[in-house]
Ligand binder design. Sequence first.
Ligand code: ZN
Ligand code: ZN
Length: 136
Amino acid sequence: MATGVNAIVLPLGMPALTTAEKSRRSYLKNAEKRREGAKSARLRLKNLVLSHYSGGEPECACCGIARLVFLTIDHVGGGGGDHRRTLSGKNYGGTGGAAVYLWLKREGFPAGFRVLCFNCNHAAHVNGGECGCQEG
Ligand SMILES: [Zn+2]
Ligand SMILES: [Zn+2]
């Protein structure tokens, strides 16, 4: 007859994870994937839109810097009240939020925008349209 000790030994090789634990793990794994997916989708969208306005590799129309992370979309001539009203995103105004890129793509890349880096974009707005980084 089996002793008391043998009776409590669990069979080896059985799945140790409960169903709840399994679904928790797969949720975490997918959440990570979803985060990465969303991030690269934003970057892809930005790259797409800026490539269009740069006519090739995205670069600042003023100083020529080509690092995507430094670049943003600029409304030529400033203003852009109409566009601002059209956009549901409230952060438009030179920072180039994802809403702007989505909107530009949806509108078929309307004219009147250019690619600038954050420095040139900011300087141009401060100086009334002229960045001045290429002078002297
Ligand atoms: Zn620049
Ligand atoms: Zn500049």
